[in-house]
Design a protein around this ligand. Structure first.
Ligand SMILES: *Cc1c(COP(=O)(O)O)cnc(C)c1O
Length: 367
């Protein structure tokens, strides 16, 4: 008995290369794109281990938990690390980055997260990119939570290493990811004796065995189901239009933010300024004395399909995440999420106005 997920013709090199080209178009880059066969932490770690080395100095911008992870890898590689950490309910500014670069002229690597789904903030990459370019450092951007949710202009912003995953706004699987690599990033990797080689983390292996070999034969069996799913994501984004997809995410964020503010009961947007709030997901702060994970559990008990989660780690007590990405960037999902959270909040005795929340969200959606 044949099975549609199991009995597949092999994925050809030509088809794999076509997916790469479409990802390059999505990222607005003319640089090489490598489709990495694993979750996005694979290319993120691969970039850092290839680009950082003893003797290099990295500016690591920390606006949430992923930035913290990068700092650990950079130190692991023997790089000197300057952490620029800002409160997680704000964004970093280009002026802060420029100042940090000016203070340490030897900085040769900058890591930045574009949008953080875990904290709900987004950073002004265009302006930051100008500062990084003026300084001359290699620029790595984690765009996993921003791709397809907001504009992402890899080349125009001077991003040397742009990492994406399919599992957020692209509405795809978590098991495949991609990175675009500029010419000077390849040169830096090649000059680094510590860069991974003959390793699953190695981007240089992909360059040598796939790109430089003319993309004629894949170096090993690809993650075929994930590749087909990524291809389907690109089909859907191209059919809907990237502008339409990013606009849906912007509307979902604006509606969730406005609805939560109108709901009352002490619920408030976690990210203070709307301009710093990521289109991919909206984080909310619970009122004092209301545990966010308990509130989310009550809301999910009423409606288990909603994209609600409590914040990670210490934030679990005070942060709610509304993960309105991919197919969940839809008015119905936002309204149902607000309704479920409002009902759960009302159970604690808080005065909430569900009607006002729904009205504010609807108005903000069409904005
Ligand atoms: C979601 C996300 C990733 C991928 O990590 P997972 O926790 O495995 O989903 C990486 N970087 C950022 C900024 C993300 O938001």
């Amino acid at each position: 008995m044949t099975h549609p997920l199991l009995d597949l013709a092999p994925l050809t090199a030509a088809r794999f290369a076509a997916v790469e080209r479409r990802v390059a178009a999505l990222l607005e880059t003319g640089n090489d794109v490598v489709i990495t066969q694993g979750e996005a932490l694979l290319p993120l770690e691969g970039c850092i281990r290839s680009g950082a080395r003893p003797g290099s100095t990295a500016l690591n911008v920390v606006t949430g938990p992923y930035g913290q992870t990068f700092g650990g890898w950079l130190r692991d590689c023997g790089a000197e690390v300057v952490d620029l950490e800002v409160p997680y309910d704000t964004a970093v500014t280009a002026a802060q980055v420029a100042e940090a670069l000016a203070a340490r002229p030897e900085i040769d690597f900058v890591s930045l997260v574009h949008a953080e789904a875990a904290t709900g903030n987004t950073n002004p990459v265009a302006e930051i990119g100008e500062a990084v370019r003026a300084h001359g450092a290699l620029f790595m951007l984690d765009a996993v939570a921003s791709v397809a949710a907001e504009p992402l202009r890899t080349d125009a912003w001077g991003v040397d290493l742009c990492v994406i995953g399919a599992q957020k706004a692209m509405g795809g699987p978590a098991g495949v990811s991609a990175v675009s690599v500029s010419e000077r990033a390849w040169e830096r990797f090649a000059a680094n004796p510590g860069a991974p080689r003959r390793s699953y983390l190695s981007l240089l292996d992909w360059k040598q065995r796939w790109i430089d070999a003319g993309r004629r034969a894949l170096p090993h069996a690809p993650a075929q189901l994930e590749m087909l799913a990524l291809e389907a994501c690109l089909d859907r984004i191209e059919a809907d239009g990237l502008k339409t997809v990013t606009a849906r995410h912007a509307s979902a964020a604006a509606a969730t933010r406005a609805g939560a503010a109108a709901l009352g009961g002490g619920l408030a947007p976690y990210v203070r300024e709307a301009r710093d709030a990521a289109p991919v997901a909206t984080t909310l702060r619970t009122p004092a004395g209301v545990d966010a994970s308990a509130l989310v559990a009550r809301a999910l008990a009423a409606d288990p399909g909603l994209p609600l989660a409590a914040g990670g780690g210490a934030l679990a007590a005070e942060m709610i995440r509304v993960n309105h990405y991919g197919p969940d960037a839809a008015p119905g999902t936002v309204l149902s999420s607000l309704t479920a959270l409002g009902a759960a909040l009302a159970e604690t005795g808080a005065p909430v106005d569900l009607l006002a929340a729904r009205r504010a969200a609807t108005e903000a959606w069409t904005g």
